[in-house]
Ligand binder design. Structure first.
Ligand SMILES: Cc1cc2nc3c(=O)[nH]c(=O)nc-3n(C[C@H](O)[C@H](O)[C@H](O)COP(=O)(O)O)c2cc1C
Length: 307
């Protein structure tokens, strides 16, 4: 069993990431970090309504809690219906995505598109809150073009019953360009009663603590890919050996295999490979070797040899 680390407050959370924070990876993050809040990948309410495969994405293990299921869509009634279904699984919360700027999401009027349809966003939150007793939160960006409407948007979400807000410190139009600006997030906190989590460009837990200031928690996204130790204080993180990393990596792969075919798991796992071996001597050739594995056995054998 890997070592675990119990963090004091404030709350540190694994950011929801489509294609990354699946059940397998969430379980790995949980094994190493009993207190970190986990978020599912965002999942379409329409998808859940119409496809059992999509519905399967929101399943989770009890030990993943605190686990928050993230949803996206644009129909208040459907949010209410799906929230009731999800409530039966009893997650720690439901989070609504009003921040994804990806073209295919925004074109369909979902994610960050709701930043431009504030009244509809409020109705979605209201409908979801009324449908269940599970806490409902929102994750969004500073705004569409700029942060001009951030305070009024947040106040509207608060009035609609949202229990927490996570802000990625970029606008939707910005995508991932520039650096995340946390100043509007700190300023927002002074204008609402809602707990606020900050997000954007954090490379480590220690950096999260430094950036926290008046906020209630922080979320780490990209830096957590292939690095479930990112939530450990730097001094502890530095002590993790290649052997420990490879052990956890193999466990992660095995969990992924519970949900995916061998071929699919090998492909999906590539996202995490670089993260696991980053910083070690010969990381590049190790990564190349593991990328070429054609079977689970080959992958496990090669990984074990590296350790
Ligand atoms: C591959 C990937 C998938 C993402 N999927 C989601 C998602 O499903 N829901 C969401 O709210 N944000 C999603 N995001 C955004 C992250 O949650 C986070 O807000 C963003 O990456 C900024 O944080 P970071 O700088 O720590 O990565 C995704 C980001 C990445 C890189």
């Amino acid at each position: 069993m890997p070592k675990t680390m119990t963090q004091p407050q404030p709350i540190a959370a694994l950011a929801p990431m489509d294609g990354v924070t699946d059940r397998a990876y969430r379980q790995i993050v949980r094994r190493l970090n009993p207190k970190v809040w986990l978020y599912s990948e965002f999942t379409s309410v329409n998808g859940i309504e119409h496809s059992s495969k999509v519905k399967d994405r929101v399943r989770f293990q009890e030990q993943e809690k605190p686990l928050i299921v993230q949803l996206f869509g644009r129909e208040p009634k459907l949010f209410a219906k799906i929230a009731q279904e999800i409530a039966l699984l009893n997650p720690s919360g439901i989070d609504i995505n009003f921040g994804c700027p990806a073209k295919r999401i925004v074109r369909a009027g979902n994610g960050a598109a709701l930043l431009q349809e504030a009244e509809l966003a409020f109705r979605i939150v209201e409908a979801t809150v009324q449908a269940t007793s599970i806490p409902v939160s929102v994750k969004t960006r500073l705004g569409w073009f700029n942060s001009e409407n951030l305070v009024s948007f947040a106040q509207g979400l608060e009035s609609a019953g949202a229990g927490r807000l996570t802000l990625h410190g970029r606008t939707a139009k910005q995508g991932y360009r520039g650096v995340a600006d946390w100043e509007p997030i700190y300023a927002l906190k002074e204008r609402v009663r809602l707990p606020i989590f900050g997000n954007g460009d954090l490379a480590s837990y220690d950096q999260g603590l430094k950036k926290l200031k008046n906020l209630d928690g922080f979320m780490i996204g990209r830096a957590a890919i292939g690095d479930p130790w990112v939530f450990w204080p730097e001094a502890e993180r530095e002590k993790v050996t290649l052997k420990e990393k490879i052990e956890v990596m193999i466990q992660h792969f095995q969990l992924l295999r519970q949900d995916l075919s061998e071929a699919r798991a090998l492909i999906e796992f590539r996202k995490h490979l670089g993260g696991y071996i980053k910083g070690f001597q010969d990381a590049k050739s190790m990564r190349q070797q593991l990328m070429q594995a054609q079977t689970e056995q080959e992958f496990t054998e090669q990984a074990t040899l590296l350790a």
